[in-house]
Design a protein around this ligand. Structure first.
Ligand SMILES: *[C@@H]1O[C@H](CO)[C@@H](O)[C@H](O)[C@H]1NC(C)=O
Ligand SMILES: *[C@@H]1O[C@H](CO)[C@@H](O)[C@H](O)[C@H]1NC(C)=O
Ligand SMILES: *[C@@H]1O[C@H](CO)[C@@H](O)[C@H](O)[C@H]1NC(C)=O
Ligand SMILES: *[C@@H]1O[C@H](CO)[C@@H](O)[C@H](O)[C@H]1NC(C)=O
Ligand SMILES: *[C@@H]1O[C@H](CO)[C@@H](O)[C@H](O)[C@H]1NC(C)=O
Length: 358
């Protein structure tokens, strides 16, 4: 009897110590893993931040690195964020002049076009009356912003809930929001470009219904148009303004300020962007970086394969490519990835986890 008890005690003791040793080994391995991972993540961030161009980079290898980076924890770095915010504010001042307003413009003054600086447009009485009083926010007044690019990477991303969780959501080029599970529905600001309007909406004056219907899904979002980027864009943008004023008076139509876009282009050119013109995506990501506390980017991924090398369409809603002569999307992407690596904003380039990050 005695021996039996002793035997059982001994056995359970051994079992217990084996379990304990196992447990501590696991803990130690986990600890070593996490130290190693932290070091790896640090090195990866450093490497990406010091890259000067993406030309000649093997995209498959680069995708692998981005995939590893997306697995690394992201932490806000206040120093970097404040630095970028302050620099953007002093160069470009989106809080004051992202758009042409009565506050930043005088009646009868001239606006220089963004691209054709020598061409001017007088702010006559008719134009003055089309302008809003001010921009709809002030510096730092927005907390959590989502900037939703249209990249094919959003297909099957399950990012919709996370995007809708933001306080302010920016979208581009009248991107459809019917794949709401992946892209969300909340929209506060949306852009359209003149060529899209000319192609898709003929005879807006007599027939505004189609455009009004397309816009109705965005509720009260501001529609932001580059009316003063090149002279040929003014008339289509004004037509949109007049068509919507009657058909959807609740939808404010506003115009990018050409000086804002011009200064922003110069700002990023001094920091290595060589393309003829910034994409609207980078423009409004910069705006968000200046005016929002937290910036989350979705749908920014300019390559034809996702992080696991599956083929992707150009956009999550179609497969029509960008203008490669005009923009340099991969270089812009590297810039955004660097801002992510520095902890200034957070880029999402893969499926979203089901629990939204705080
Ligand atoms: C932010 O970045 C700077 C410069 O890289 C670094 O010195 C600082 O420790 C970082 N701050 C935090 C909180 O990580
Ligand atoms: C930005 O615009 C606001 C409003 O007009 C102004 O008060 C502020 O001084 C401007 N900031 C810079 C850096 O120019
Ligand atoms: C603007 O120009 C119009 C026509 O040239 C003139 O009648 C008006 O007084 C001007 N207004 C201002 C505020 O300069
Ligand atoms: C979603 O919207 C796009 C563009 O408006 C349209 O082509 C497509 O058929 C729509 N898809 C569904 C499932 O409604
Ligand atoms: C998304 O899922 C649909 C349906 O399963 C599939 O047809 C499509 O190829 C997927 N797209 C991507 C980019 O994985």
């Amino acid at each position: 009897m005695c021996y039996l008890v002793l035997f059982i005690l001994l056995c359970s003791g051994t079992l217990l110590s084996i379990t304990l040793i196992d447990y501590y080994q696991h803990q130690r391995d986990g600890f070593l893993d996490s130290v190693q991972k932290r070091l790896q993540c640090g090195r990866l961030r450093e490497r990406l931040v010091t890259m000067t161009t993406i030309k000649k980079v093997d995209i498959a290898l680069f995708s692998q690195e981005v995939r590893e980076l997306m697995d690394c924890p992201w932490r806000l770095n206040l120093t970097h964020r404040e630095l970028h915010r302050t620099e953007l504010w002093s160069c470009c001042n989106a809080s004051d002049r992202l758009m042409v307003t009565r506050q930043n413009t005088n009646l009868n003054q001239s606006l220089s076009y963004e691209i054709q600086r020598w061409r001017k447009r007088k702010v006559d009485q008719a134009l003055w009356e089309m302008l809003p009083q001010t921009v709809p926010w002030s510096k730092g007044s927005l907390s959590h912003c989502a900037v939703v690019g249209s990249g094919g990477i959003l297909q099957n991303s399950s990012c919709g809930a996370e995007i809708d969780n933001a306080d302010y959501v920016i979208r581009f080029n009248l991107a459809p929001i019917n794949k709401s599970y992946d892209v969300g529905v909340k929209t506060d600001l949306i852009t359209a470009n003149p060529s899209q309007i000319i192609k898709g909406y003929t005879d807006l004056q007599r027939n505004p219904g189609h455009l009004a219907e397309v816009l109705s899904v965005y509720g009260h979002a501001h529609l932001l148009l580059p009316a003063f980027s090149s002279a040929s864009g003014t008339s289509p943008c004004f037509k949109v303004y007049h068509a919507l004023r009657k058909a959807r008076p609740q939808q404010e139509v506003v115009f990018f300020h050409p000086d804002y876009l011009f200064e922003l282009g110069r700002f990023w050119r001094h920091r290595g962007q060589r393309a003829r013109r910034l994409s609207t995506g980078l423009m409004l990501a910069s705006t968000a970086l200046e005016i929002c506390e937290q910036v989350h980017l979705y749908g920014f991924w300019p390559f034809p394969q996702d992080l696991s090398h599956n083929p992707l369409p150009h956009h999550y809603y179609d497969n029509v490519g960008p203008n490669r002569r005009m923009h340099a999307m991969p270089e812009e992407f590297l810039l955004l990835l660097q801002l992510h690596s520095q902890g200034a904003l957070q880029l999402h380039a893969g499926p979203c986890t089901l629990t939204p990050t705080p």
